[in-house]
Design a protein. Sequence first.
Length: 319
Amino acid sequence: MGRHGLGEKNENGERFANLCAFNKLIIGGTIFPHKRMHKATWISPDHTTENQIDRICINKKFRRTMEDGRTRSGADTASDHHLVVANLKLKLKKNWTTVQTALQRFNTAFKIALKNRFQALQDLLKEEGTTMEDNWKGIKEALTSTCREVLGLKKHHHKEWISIETLDKIKERKNKKTAINNSRTRAERVQAQAEYIEANKQVNKNIRADKKKCVEERATTKEKAAREGNMKQLHDTTKKLAGKYSKPERLVKDKGDRPFNEIQQQRNRWIKTDSAAAVSASVSLNIHKGKTKVLKYNTENTNPITIDGVTLEDVESFT
């Protein structure tokens, strides 16, 4: 642990420090000097207490690999935790290739468009009265406009069912997050935080409405495909509605194959199963725990055999 941590160490922090010392780990958030706002990883619900509880650790052997570690409070995560990032330096071994590399095909449309722009720019620069600032603005405009027209802007991928209105709300929430980080006084920060909470509520409300609308539309499409006998569309729509398959949990059951609902009942059942396994091990009976569901064992029966309440005597043979 370094000297640049934030807050006081409690019992959990002591356990974590002992764990890192035992495994020879370095706590990255405590070895780099930063401002307080770049150290705090968590803020309390009342927005008054900040602490450093999220860590990035690295093996002591690779200590020099980590160059920096800090939080990014500008990330709009709609959470009371801030994003923690670290800069790592890696030295990769050079891969010596003996075969000839394949020829790479580049986007010639961008090169041609940029060449035409610069040709027109050169004619403009030859005119008298142009300053260095005008030349720089012309070069910048030629590059940016050509990139925007030929290459286009970076596409942000999002769920297909999110509406344009919801995307605008998300953008507004991001601006509220920026206002929190740019606030100078505590009063401004409290007001910006309240506006961010309200914007986050509106985003969640719109997302729920968009998702509900999408499910209803897919259900309508599924019903229409079923009526028309379009099995492909029916299968595709059902797959989208069902989502990803998740393996169900294995329930703890009693001897009557009924699942337990209470946690304490499940624990008691596990205790009984473990005791049964211990009894079987004492008599050299190996039981496969993964395949055995219920184990029943009986002790020796010493009660006498009776008929109509009369005890039978030992006999050597029956006639």
